[in-house]
Write a protein that binds this ligand. Structure first.
Ligand SMILES: NC(=O)c1ccc[n+]([C@@H]2O[C@H](COP(=O)([O-])OP(=O)(O)OC[C@H]3O[C@@H](n4cnc5c(N)ncnc54)[C@H](O)[C@@H]3O)[C@@H](O)[C@H]2O)c1
Length: 321
């Protein structure tokens, strides 16, 4: 009771780093609805995304500049940070050292500041890219053989253990989800191996044929953005006692192949067609599981996905402009 009263007294002030990316835009808007526009500060290296304009404060900032970040946290009275800045799987393979540097140092900067300033909560996403070719391909469990072969996957796995370390050693309440490939109509994807599942809708809506960079039978774990945002907020709102996994939770929505999603789109646009021209991203996709077991998230904090392939396809085609 005392705890609840104390929590109500704390006015949360949230900093979203990487707010102009595929997840950041929608997460910032969702957080602003809950916490109030003025209490959610969006920040990014790039120019403000037009969808964020006029919805709340925006700060242009490089997360690699730890001093600047620290100053902002103090000046703005930040209590929570959502760290979304990263280099994703496909882009990471083109520049491995940059991906490692950004993905690791950004997290360490945030965790250090969280420890020093005693921030109430930190969110940092991991990815199904932590799994590698030696992990089970179907229903990859929470704990299993994890030997990633991409620099992105290596950085995410290392990051998970930094989160776990800061929680146990310093009491930093950092929480994490292993997102599958995310599909959204508001903002564009940022260089991942699952980006095809967003591009395909743009081609379908434009009345064009889609040239897919993965083979037709490549099954990958995917999730609609609405589900991912809800999962993130539900994890962050959950009582700390319920969060048993302090590395990162497996999270699952659906699993499909390029051929299957093409078939689903054809139910709405019968003339739509996909051709297949696999590139370097096929090897990345082949190293990942086809589906994920997220029973720990379901059991610990009540996660339940809503969107399947049919519901997502209908919603994407209705909303994509
Ligand atoms: N989108 C997915 O399918 C997916 C799946 C699994 C995990 N994730 C993870 O979720 C997080 C967000 O992913 P996303 O898809 O929104 O990525 P994104 O590439 O769309 O967005 C990342 C944002 O970070 C910004 N950024 C990059 N370097 C920065 C820096 N030095 N300082 C400040 N900002 C910087 C970029 O400008 C960009 O707006 C990442 O950690 C990613 O690994 C995403």
């Amino acid at each position: 009771m005392v705890f609840v009263y104390f929590r109500m007294m704390i006015k949360e002030k949230i900093l979203v780093i990487g707010a102009c990316g595929q997840i950041g835009v929608e997460l910032t808007l969702a957080l602003r609805k809950i916490y109030g526009n003025a209490n959610v500060i969006a920040s990014d290296l790039r120019e403000q995304n037009p969808l964020l304009e006029g919805t709340g404060p925006y700060v242009s900032m490089d997360v690699m500049n730890k001093e600047m970040l620290h100053v902002q946290v103090i000046r703005q009275g930040i209590t929570q940070i959502y760290l979304l800045a990263a280099i994703l799987s496909a882009t990471g393979e083109k520049n491995p050292s940059l991906a490692w540097h950004l993905n690791m140092q950004s997290l360490l900067n945030v965790l250090d500041i969280a420890k020093e300033e005693k921030l109430t909560k930190i969110y940092w996403p991991s990815s199904i890219a932590v799994f590698g070719p030696t992990s089970p391909r179907v229903n990859a469990p929470q704990q299993t053989i994890i030997e990633p072969t991409t620099v992105y996957g290596i950085s995410k796995y290392a990051g998970e253990f930094w989160c776990n370390y800061y929680f146990h050693r310093y009491g930093v309440d950092v929480r994490s989800l292993r997102y599958p490939g995310l599909i959204s109509y508001k903002s564009q994807p940022g260089g991942g191996t699952t980006d095809y599942a967003v591009e395909i809708f743009h081609s379908a809506k434009a009345g064009e044929q889609y040239e897919c960079f993965l083979k037709e039978d490549t099954y990958l774990p995917m999730m609609y953005m609405q589900d991912a945002i809800r999962a993130t907020i539900e994890l962050m709102e959950a009582d700390a006692k319920k969060i048993k996994v302090r590395t990162s939770y497996n999270l699952s929505g659906m699993s499909f192949s390029p051929k299957e999603i093409t078939g689903e789109i054809k139910k709405h646009i019968p003339d739509f067609n996909t051709v297949y021209n696999p590139d370097y991203r096929q090897a990345i996709a082949d190293s990942w599981p086809q589906s994920i077991d997220d029973s720990a998230a379901r059991k610990d904090w009540g996660w339940k996905n809503e969107f399947d392939l049919a519901a997502m396809t209908k919603d994407m085609l209705e909303n994509l402009r």
